[in-house]
Design a protein around this ligand. Structure first.
Ligand code: ASP
Length: 318
């Protein structure tokens, strides 16, 4: 355990801040595009494609926060852009269910108000994160699922698509091989804005070949997604069942809030000390603007930036 915490701290040392940076940053953002078995020998062009996409989404959020936009606006825009990017398992590019369909889950949380909205098992909503936000803002509920959630979406004018929109050749091939491999992936974003408010958003197609209406951690507030101005914002990725059992996102926040642990220590404790090896990882940002990017799988697509000049895009330990 000690080693894990130390490793996390060393991980930070690999990405030192610019020497001129002083005081806490007044905005900060981190995102992930999924954790899991990411082959180190992936073709260079493909890795480069991921880095370009991660950097592009990061810049969308960075620009919003730089001009004084809200963390809620930033995490929504970032996750939406990743849902539209077929490289990631969310929105376009989502994995296939056992029946050859797509069932999408998403959640968003506002750390200032503890307002939250989540959706599960969507088949026709182009951007699940937008519907999650509408559940938060335009309904008295927190979590809506399936056909009911889609009917609510129509009533509030969210964009719908033919389910074929989510088909991609690459995911279809993965699905065919799914019994041999354990494929995961998700997108998520956490942010602190210049007004001192935190937000978290997460969106996923879930696990390849899932069945029986399986829902993972993403739309379970406190498991895959959590934000509270008193502590931090967290977005997780990995084997959803394990994140639900261990209330991973909330645990990180509780360690920061009640035990006053530094964010990275809290995140490392939960990811390396509570989760099982290779379960996945998370991105988090604290109310002080600290960023944690922690995973126990072979890699995690991730990126981060802050007002002090940090800019990082990475896939493996690098
Ligand atoms: N956590 C997601 C789920 O279990 C999948 C992932 O992040 O890879 O649905």
């Amino acid at each position: 355990m000690r080693f894990a915490v130390l490793a996390a701290l060393l991980g930070l040392a690999l990405h030192p801040r610019p020497a001129a940076a002083q005081g806490p940053p007044d905005w900060a953002i981190a995102l992930h595009g999924g954790a899991g078995t990411i082959a180190r020998d992936m073709p260079a062009a493909r890795a480069e494609g991921y880095r370009t996409s991660l950097g592009r989404s990061l810049d969308i959020g960075r620009r919003i926060l730089e001009r004084g936009g809200t963390s809620l606006e930033a995490v929504t825009a970032v996750v939406r852009s990743m849902e539209d990017d077929s490289l990631f398992n969310a929105g376009k590019g989502a994995v296939y269910t056992h029946e050859g369909t797509h069932e999408l889950d998403a959640a968003i949380m506002d750390g200032a108000t503890l307002g939250c909205g989540a959706v599960a098992g969507l088949r026709t909503i182009r951007n699940p994160i937008l519907l999650a936000r509408l559940v938060m803002e335009k309904s008295p509920h927190v979590l809506m699922m399936g056909a009911g959630a889609e009917a609510f979406g129509k009533s509030v004018g969210v964009e719908t698509v033919d389910p074929k929109y989510f088909d991609t050749q690459r995911r279809r091939e993965e699905w065919r091989k799914a019994l041999e491999e354990d494929k995961t992936g998700t997108v998520g974003c956490v942010a602190l804005d210049r007004h001192g408010n935190l937000a978290a958003a997460t969106s996923t197609g879930g696990l390849t070949d899932k069945r029986f209406g399986r829902v993972g951690d993403v739309p379970v507030i406190g498991a895959g997604t959590f934000a509270d101005n008193r502590s931090c914002a967290v977005s997780c990725t990995g084997k959803g069942e394990e994140f639900i059992r261990r209330t991973v996102a909330r645990d990180v926040a509780a360690l920061v809030e009640y035990k006053e642990l530094p964010l990275r220590e809290a995140a490392a404790l939960v990811v390396h000390g509570k989760l099982r090896p290779r379960d996945g990882g998370l991105v988090a940002v604290s109310r002080r603007g600290d960023i944690a990017l922690v995973f126990n799988s072979s890699g995690m697509y991730r990126a981060a930036a802050d007002a002090r000049g940090l800019r990082l895009v990475a896939i493996w330990d690098e």
